[in-house]
Design a protein around this ligand. Structure first.
Ligand code: 5FX
Length: 533
C-alpha cells in the first residue's frame, strides 16, 4: 500500500570516495527517492579523479573538503527539484568513507552557528577549514607515524588489542600525527577534528557532531572495549587531542535537531532529528541487516568480508569495529586484494574465457578437490601478506600444475577457505542459523556461490543492494527516532525486503571442509614463511 503523501520520511546519505548519494525511505521502508552527485563530472572545478587527488609522492591521497560541502548543496537542490518534500523528513543520518579527516579552523563553530539561509554552504564555509585537502582512506603516507604509535603503546598486537587494529597508514590517528609534524601552522589553527562522517553530521547539526563509536574504531585511537579514547594512543599522537576530537558517542545517538539553516533554506521541519553518522562499512552492515552469526561476503575487484562478532579477538590482520546497531556487539572487516581479477585470470587460462565453462568445472569436480589446495596471490595480498601462486596435493607436497578443472575449483575453494579462516581468527564462529550474504559482481554466479555455501557450511543469500551504506543510514535514521521506545534495530527493519536464498550446503560439506580448513591454515603458514616480504 502506498504511504500517504504527508507521511514521515527518513533520509540516508553516503559521502563515499567518488560520489555523494541519498536515499529517502518511508516508515514502511519503501524507497521513495534516490539521487547522487558524482564528484569528478559534476564538480569538475575541483579536478579530482575518482574523487581524490593523488600527490606526486604517490603515497599522499586527499580530497578537497569544500568539494564535499558543495556536493551537499547540489544534492539538496537535486532532491528538491525531484520533488522531495523536506518537511516530511523526521530524521536524517549518513555515512562517510572511513578514516578520512576534516580539520576545522579556529572560529568555525561560530560560523556554523549563524549560517545565512540565503547563501550556499560552500560559500558560507569556505574559510572554515584549516586544511583544505583532507587525507582520505587511500592515503598511505604515514608509515613513520604507524611505527611510532606501535612503539609507544608496546607493539602492534597491543595496539590491536586496544583499538581493534594494528597501526594502518590510512587510520586517522596516524594521519593526524603526520599532519601535526608536517603542517604545524595549520594544525595549530585547528579547533576541531572530524571524521568524514561526523563532518557531514556537523553540517546538518550546525554545531560539532560527535564521532560515533563505530567509525571512531577506524582511527587507532579508540579503546574498543571501554568505548572511550585511549589516553595512551591520544598522548602518542598529538597534544590536547581529547579536546580536538570531542567525546565519542554511540552510533545510534540522536544528536539533536537540524540547524535552522536547513529549516529556512530547504523547508526541513524544526523537529527533524540528526542521528549520528558513521563509516561506510558499518553503514553497509546496517543496510544488509546483518545479524549475529551472519557473514557478508562482497565479491568484487577485491573481496571484503564483514562479520557480526560478539567476542572479538583483535589480531594483526583485519579490523574490529564497535557494532553500529548493537552497543554490546562488534563487527570485523577483512579485505582481500585478490578477488575477481584472480578468478577471471584462471577463467581465461583454464576455462577458455567463459564463465559457463568455469561454472561447469565447479559442477564437475568433487567437494574438497581430491585434497588439492591452492593459494592464488597474483598481487601482494593484504590478508595474509603473501604473494605468488602455491599449489599443494593431498599429501601437502608442492606441485606445479593441475588439470584446468582442478585449477578452477582450487582458486574458488582456496579463496573461500581463506575468507572463513581469517574471519574465525577474529572471533567469528558459524552458529545454527548462520547466513552468508553475498554481494558484488560474482554473486550472480550460482556455482561460485555453491562453493561458498559448502565451505561455510551455511546457506547463501544474495542481496541486490547497490547502495547498502546509504540505505543502511536511512534505516538508522528511522531506528534513531524509534530507539527511545525500546525498539532494536532488527525490530525496526524486520519488514525490509528479504535476501534471496541461492545455495544450501551439500550434506557432506562439513565433513570435507572442517579437515581441509585445518590443513589450509598449516599450508598458509608455510606459504607465508616462504614468501614473507
Ligand atoms: C575500510 O577500512 C576502508 O578503508 C574502505 O573500505 C573505506 O571505508 C572506503 F570508503
Amino acid at each position: 500500500m502506498a504511504a500517504a503523501a504527508d507521511s514521515p520520511l527518513y533520509l540516508g546519505l553516503d559521502f563515499s570516495t567518488q560520489q555523494l548519494k541519498a536515499v529517502a525511505i518511508d516508515a514502511g521502508l519503501a524507497v521513495v527517492q534516490r539521487n547522487s552527485v558524482q564528484f569528478d563530472s559534476e564538480l569538475p572545478d575541483f579536478r579530482t579523479q575518482g574523487g581524490v587527488h593523488i600527490h606526486p609522492d604517490g603515497l599522499t591521497v586527499t580530497s578537497p573538503v569544500l568539494m564535499w560541502v558543495k556536493a551537499l548543496d547540489l544534492l539538496l537542490d537535486k532532491l528538491k527539484g525531484a520533488g522531495l518534500d523536506f518537511s516530511r523528513i523526521r530524521a536524517v543520518s549518513g555515512s562517510g568513507q572511513q578514516h578520512g579527516s576534516v580539520f576545522w579552523r579556529t572560529g568555525a563553530s561560530q560560523t556554523l552557528d549563524q549560517l545565512d539561509p540565503e547563501l550556499r554552504l560552500h560559500q558560507l564555509l569556505q574559510d572554515s577549514f584549516s586544511v583544505q585537502d583532507s587525507p582520505v582512506w587511500m592515503d598511505s603516507s604515514s608509515g613513520r607515524q604507524c611505527q611510532d604509535l606501535q612503539a609507544a603503546v608496546g607493539g602492534a598486537l597491543r595496539l590491536a588489542e586496544i583499538t581493534g587494529s594494528r597501526a594502518y597508514e590510512r587510520f586517522t590517528g596516524n594521519q593526524i600525527a603526520k599532519l601535526r609534524a608536517s603542517r604545524a601552522d595549520e594544525f595549530q589553527d585547528t579547533e576541531r577534528i572530524s571524521l568524514v562522517s561526523s563532518f557531514a553530521a556537523t553540517l546538518f547539526l550546525g554545531s560539532y557532531a560527535a564521532i560515533d563509536y563505530s567509525d571512531g574504531s577506524g582511527m587507532n585511537l579508540l579503546d574498543i572495549k571501554s568505548r572511550n579514547w585511549s589516553d595512551l594512543c591520544l598522548e602518542a599522537t598529538a597534544p590536547h587531542l581529547n579536546r580536538l576530537l570531542g567525546a565519542p558517542q554511540p552510533s545510534t545517538s540522536v544528536l539533536g535537531p537540524v540547524s535552522s539553516y536547513f529549516v529556512h533554506r530547504y523547508g526541513f521541519s524544526e523537529s527533524c532529528m540528526v542521528v549520528a553518522f558513521t563509516g561506510d562499512n558499518p553503514a553497509s552492515l546496517a543496510g544488509m541487516r546483518l545479524q549475529q552469526g551472519d557473514v557478508a561476503v562482497s565479491l568484487g575487484t577485491s573481496d571484503t568480508v564483514f562479520v557480526w562478532i560478539q567476542e572479538p579477538r583483535p589480531a594483526l590482520e583485519g579490523h574490529i569495529f564497535c557494532n553500529p546497531v548493537d552497543l554490546q556487539a562488534y563487527m570485523a572487516l577483512l579485505c582481500f586484494k585478490n578477488g575477481s581479477l584472480t578468478r577471471k585470470r584462471i577463467r581465461d587460462e583454464c576455462a577458455g574465457r567463459s564463465w559457463d565453462v568455469f561454472s561447469a568445472a565447479l559442477r564437475d569436480t568433487a567437494l574438497g578437490n581430491g585434497g588439492n589446495i591452492g593459494f592464488y596471490f597474483d598481487t601482494i595480498e593484504i590478508t595474509p601478506p603473501a604473494v605468488g601462486v602455491h599449489r599443494f596435493d593431498c599429501h601437502n607436497n608442492k606441485v606445479s600444475s593441475w588439470s584446468p578443472q582442478v585449477e578452477v575449483r582450487a582458486v574458488v575453494e582456496g579463496q573461500f577457505l581463506s575468507r572463513r579462516l581469517h574471519a574465525e581468527r577474529l572471533g567469528y564462529s558459524i552458529i545454527p542459523g548462520t547466513r552468508v550474504l553475498a554481494t558484488g559482481g560474482a554473486s550472480s554466479n550460482k556455482e561460485i556461490l555453491q562453493v561458498l555455501s559448502d565451505v561455510f557450511n551455511a546457506p547463501v543469500y544474495t542481496l541486490d543492494l547497490a547502495d547498502s551504506a546509504c540505505l543502511g543510514c536511512a534505516y538508522r535514521a528511522l531506528h534513531g527516532v524509534l530507539a527511545e521506545s525500546g525498539l532494536s534495530f532488527s525490530d525496526v527493519v524486520k519488514n525490509a525486503p528479504e535476501p534471496q536464498l541461492v545455495a544450501t550446503p551439500h550434506p557432506t560439506a562439513q565433513q570435507v571442509y572442517e579437515g581441509m580448513l585445518k590443513r589450509f591454515a598449516q599450508l598458509e603458514e608455510m606459504v607465508l614463511q616462504k614468501t614473507c616480504t
